[in-house]
Design a protein around this ligand. Structure first.
Ligand SMILES: Cc1cc2nc3c(=O)[nH]c(=O)nc-3n(C[C@H](O)[C@H](O)[C@H](O)COP(=O)(O)O)c2cc1C
Length: 354
């Protein structure tokens, strides 16, 4: 449907109706600005914003945005789309005049219906009892790719594109709930026969990190020396790896737990069963990495435990049936520009289509 005001183009209208959040800027009589994120609905003529945040018994006219509108009806609303793919960035900015649509009016009833249609959360909120902000657009400006390639925001793909390996962190603690959410995401990974053959160890204490670093350092030293590396180089690399562990605010050790895997009489099927378990550990790791990224955390993958699983398990006092495979470091990136190979385009990766 085209905006009847003739102000917004079809693409701008489509963009606005799809966006779930916008920023509403108001100003008081002196022009002092105020901006807040808002949920909104657009009926192709008017923008509507519910007043749902007022504490009980406080008139909505006490809200700053409402006071501003009553003093100065000129407002600006910006709806924008951020994407890790910067070709998909876009915004629509609408300037207009705002007023309050009062309960009991036809406009208010229609606005409440529109808002509840867009946000199911409003179905259980008494937004029908409060006025609704009604904004008539007068001018519009837009920028970027309003039509995203798939016609909608792609939050998952965004997170997948945005995640990258981080190896240096700020000295900030990672909240326990954030780590729990990372594990929560990991546990939803697919696994052979649904066996979920993984267990996770969370390490945040410095003394425990030191024990882990000692356990892995010894094995790495042996490997580097076996490779005939110069003593000074070996020391430097070991020191770097140890610092990386100790300076990571949190560590998540991913262990394989083969106890629940199916048993087969022939070694080949048994081997494949284990391969599947390792594949699923990779899936759990990716779930964890993406969940971390989604929460504003960064993460890195260290394969070191794979080379000395028994020592790692012993250093944490874990059940010896667990096989440590990988360590995820978690924290907030310390401006570590990742050097990584460009990602191959889909056509380079798909080797067969029929
Ligand atoms: C199985 C596996 C093992 C890895 N081991 C390490 C490691 O020991 N140390 C490290 O710095 N990065 C390690 N990485 C991270 C890769 O180096 C990284 O994913 C790759 O360079 C691509 O960069 P990106 O993650 O930023 O896309 C590992 C990744 C995988 C999947």
């Amino acid at each position: 449907m085209r905006a009847e005001t003739g102000i917004l183009s079809a693409a701008e209208t489509a963009f606005l109706t799809r966006q779930r959040v916008a920023r509403l800027a108001t100003a008081d009589a002196d022009g002092s600005p105020h901006a807040i994120p808002v949920c909104f609905a657009y009926d192709c003529q008017t923008l509507y914003i519910a007043l749902d945040e007022k504490p009980k018994d406080v008139p909505v006219t006490r809200l700053k945005r409402v006071r501003n509108i009553l003093e100065n009806p000129r407002v600006t609303l910006v709806a924008d789309r951020y994407s890790e793919d910067w070709d998909s960035l876009a915004y629509v900015m609408v300037r207009g005049r705002a007023r309050l649509a009062e309960p009991g009016t036809e406009e208010h009833t229609a606005a409440v219906r529109l808002l509840r249609g867009k946000y199911h959360q409003y179905e259980r909120m008494r937004i029908q009892d409060s006025p609704v902000i009604s904004i008539r657009p007068e001018r519009v400006a837009s920028w970027g790719t309003l039509e995203s390639p798939n016609g909608a925001a792609e939050p998952l793909l965004d997170a997948l594109r945005g995640r990258r390996s981080v190896r240096r962190y700020l000295d900030h603690e990672v909240p326990g709930e954030a780590i729990e959410k990372v594990v929560e995401a990991a546990r939803w990974a697919p696994s052979p026969h649904g066996t979920q053959p993984w267990r996770f160890a969370i390490v945040t204490k410095r003394a425990t990190k030191e024990r882990l670093a000692d356990a892995m350092g010894e094995e790495w030293r042996r490997n580097l020396e076996m490779d005939g590396q110069d003593v000074a180089v070996v020391e430097k690399r070991l020191e770097g790896s140890r610092a990386r562990l100790l300076d990571s605010p949190a560590l998540l050790l991913l262990c394989l737990y083969p106890g629940d895997l199916q048993s087969y009489p022939d070694p080949e099927r048994q081997h494949n069963e284990t391969t599947m378990a390792v594949q699923s550990l990779g899936a759990a790791a990716q779930n964890a990495l993406v969940a971390a990224y989604e929460q504003g955390l960064d993460a890195g993958w260290m394969c070191a435990p794979l080379f000395c699983p028994e020592e790692v398990a012993a250093s944490l006092g874990l059940d010896p049936r667990l096989i440590p495979h990988a360590l995820l470091t978690l924290g907030y990136a310390a401006g570590d520009p990742p050097k990584r190979r460009p990602h191959r385009p889909v056509d380079d990766l798909v080797v067969y289509r029929d």
